[in-house]
Design a protein around this ligand. Structure first.
Ligand SMILES: [Zn+2]
Length: 237
């Protein structure tokens, strides 16, 4: 095989391997981001559910207090009725003391009811806010998830195409080079890397000066003395 043709094939192979690495990186990134967004949504969901539950608890407490107030009012009315017909002084005093205690308790329960009403209002506002935040996040998240799903499908399709193209190119290489390339691909994501300022773009080892120049100028197929990967120049396109 003409060395120049082979070198061009290797440059093309390097480009394909770079595209493949980019597609793979997209897939990895999207799957992580996807998980993160779903967890985030779960957190917002849990926050909203907790806020709603707290609002419900507050409303239950308020209802309990209202029932107690009604009971006390009924008991008070009954005692006040009793007081009217009593002539015994001791009984009268005892009833008055009971009425006083009930009035005090009523006062206490009414104060608590007012505080609970404030609490219910506050909890309702917090629940509304938490639900709003949850919905906002859901809109934002589902938009991003849909976009990522499309990109993931594209990257998966591209991955398959690139892999077939890499196989096709490797099939065109001389046997010995092809064998090396296949073995290197089992070891590294890329069998062919770019020269970077006189060093291997894969492991960053510096080359002997002449090798560096050969790789930069595309004069010869260079292999890194350190990691054994093929090293070619950057695309001139
Ligand atoms: Zn290297």
């Amino acid at each position: 095989m003409d060395p120049e043709v082979m070198l061009n094939l290797m440059v093309e192979l390097a480009g394909l391997e770079e595209e493949l690495a980019a597609a793979t990186a997209t897939l990895v990134h999207h799957s992580r981001r996807d998980l993160h967004l779903r967890q985030l949504q779960d957190e917002y969901e849990a926050d909203a559910a907790q806020a709603v539950a707290k609002g419900r608890d507050a409303a239950v407490s308020l209802r309990g207090t209202e029932v107690r107030i009604q009971d006390i009012e009924a008991a008070l009315a009954h005692k006040r009725d009793q007081v009217v017909g009593i002539s015994d002084r001791r009984q009268y005093k005892a009833l008055q003391a009971e009425i006083k205690a009930l009035e005090k308790e009523l006062d206490r329960q009414e104060t608590e009811a007012i505080e609970l009403m404030d609490d219910v209002g506050r909890r309702d506002r917090q629940a509304g806010q938490a639900k709003g935040e949850r919905d906002t996040q859901e809109d934002r998240g589902s938009e991003e998830l849909a976009r990522m799903a499309e990109e993931t499908n594209r990257a998966r399709a591209a991955e398959q195409e690139i892999i077939s193209e890499i196989d096709r190119l490797i099939g065109m290489l001389p046997d010995k080079i092809a064998r090396h390339a296949i073995r290197l691909r089992t070891q590294y994501p890329q069998a062919v890397v770019r020269v970077q300022e006189g060093a291997c773009g894969g492991c960053f080892s510096r080359f002997p000066a002449q090798q560096g120049i050969d790789a930069e100028k595309g004069k010869a197929l260079v292999r890194c003395p350190s990691c054994a990967r093929f090293v070619v120049h950057k695309s001139w396109k």
